[in-house]
Design a protein around this ligand. Structure first.
Ligand SMILES: *Cc1c(COP(=O)(O)O)cnc(C)c1O
Length: 405
């Protein structure tokens, strides 16, 4: 008897961004004369920089000659890229990560969604609330859940750790011990980042309790403050409790190119002493045929001196937007967070307004689209996310309209 995967039926009905898209489409149809500016979805808008484009072109040319043609890539990644990652993202920062602990992939979304496969269905997960939806949904799909309760927007088997202004957006240790802890820092959606001492406490907690931390470092390139770690492996003891996920999307603008990587240290083991490194390698070998050569060559260009300079410029471009938005909102009396180590501004809605009411008001009165905080989890209620990924012009115009509200 054909039966659909029942776990999928426990997922929330509609994806946050499709609900937003529907509302925006309806608004545009009703108001054809107004131009809508979106500070909503987390996608980059600026073109890929010259040194990286050149590398993409050169790699395409390699495919045209017998001598340099490439077929299947090694499924864990080309040595030239793993070496560049190990040197630049780790050794330069004093982190002891070897090339063969780096697994190159097509991006951080797939890795953060797939990594749960190497853990037992019985593992209990904990997520920061608000949360990047992939962490919860991928575990629900895998059956790591009880029942979805529509009344409270909670899944009974998932531990939600509130991150609000009250705890400086750093989760407190939960009452119940989780096996898998998801941490994203700098954070999407709150735009806040954990300081090294706070992260060290979580690493110590994980080692003490035999838990694993899945650390999403997709926004690492946006860190501007001292004392904010670029990698969880800057914390001592992280090699025995942490997996780290990276993306080339938000630093180098690869959202449409697709490249990322995940680090699984060899010391990382489950309670029976099974090394997770081997399991992730097996998973890659079975279900993944390697990130494309062309993309990996472009990824390597990110680590050249020109690539690094260009990435810095791109990041500064967006962070100027973040400053524009943050300064303007502050001047208007909003409580605003983030925007210093991440391209996201997390604002408190005025007068206790519900997140979705603020969304409607902003769309209706300013034709500006943002993302309701409650869409990222119960603790996001009363907050609202604006992104810094627009052009300078659009960002300035959005801010001007918000001022007139
Ligand atoms: C954008 C984003 C990613 C996705 O990265 P890709 O490499 O484009 O798949 C992963 N994690 C978080 C938190 C993100 O915001």
């Amino acid at each position: 008897m054909l039966k659909a995967n029942q776990n999928y039926l426990k997922l929330p009905g509609s994806y946050l961004f499709s609900t937003i898209a529907k509302k925006v489409a309806a608004y545009k149809e009703a108001n054809p004369d107004r131009t809508v500016i979106s500070l909503g979805i987390g996608d980059v808008t600026q073109p890929i920089s010259p040194a990286i484009i050149k590398s993409l072109h050169d790699a395409v040319d390699d495919m045209s000659s017998k001598e340099t043609f490439k077929g299947y890539a090694p499924d864990l990644g080309y040595d030239f890229l793993r070496k560049a990652i190990s040197e630049n993202d780790y050794k330069k920062r004093g982190c002891d990560i070897a090339e063969d602990e780096i697994f190159v992939s097509d991006g951080a979304k797939s890795d953060s969604g797939n990594i749960q496969e190497i853990f037992s269905e019985s593992c209990k997960i904990a997520v920061c609330d608000p949360v990047y939806p992939v962490y919860v949904d991928s575990n629900v799909m895998a059956g790591r859940t009880g029942t979805y309760d529509n009344g409270t927007e909670q899944w009974s088997d998932v531990i939600y750790m509130p991150c609000t202004a009250d705890n400086d957006f750093v989760p407190d240790f939960p009452k119940e011990t989780p096996d898998i802890i998801y941490i994203c820092s700098p954070n999407n959606p709150t735009g806040t980042a954990m300081k090294k001492d706070a992260l060290q406490k979580w690493v110590d907690y994980a080692n003490e309790h035999g838990s694993v931390i899945i650390y999403d470092a997709a926004y690492e390139a946006y860190i501007s403050e001292e004392g904010v770690p670029h990698s969880i492996y800057e914390c001592s003891g992280a090699r025995t409790c942490a997996i780290e996920i990276h993306s080339f999307s938000k630093n180098a603008g690869f959202t449409g190119v697709r490249l990322g990587y995940t680090v699984v240290p060899k010391e990382l083991k489950d309670a029976d002493g099974v090394a997770l490194h081997g399991l992730w390698a097996r998973r890659h070998g079975t279900k993944f045929n390697g990130a494309p050569y062309i993309q990996q060559k472009a990824g390597a260009a990110v680590y050249t001196p020109e690539g690094q300079r260009e990435v810095k410029e791109l990041v500064s471009y967006y962070m100027e937007n973040a400053k524009t938005v943050k300064d303007a909102l502050k001047a208007q009396g909003y409580a605003v967070y983030g925007g210093v180590n991440a391209p996201y501004i997390w604002l408190r809605t005025p007068e206790g307004m519900k997140s979705w009411d603020f969304f409607d008001m902003l769309l209706e009165k300013a034709s500006v689209v943002g993302t309701p905080g409650s869409g990222f989890g119960p603790s996001g209620e009363g907050y609202f996310r604006l992104t810094a990924f627009g052009s300078h012009e659009n960002t300035a115009e959005a801010v001007r309209r918000i001022k007139e509200l």
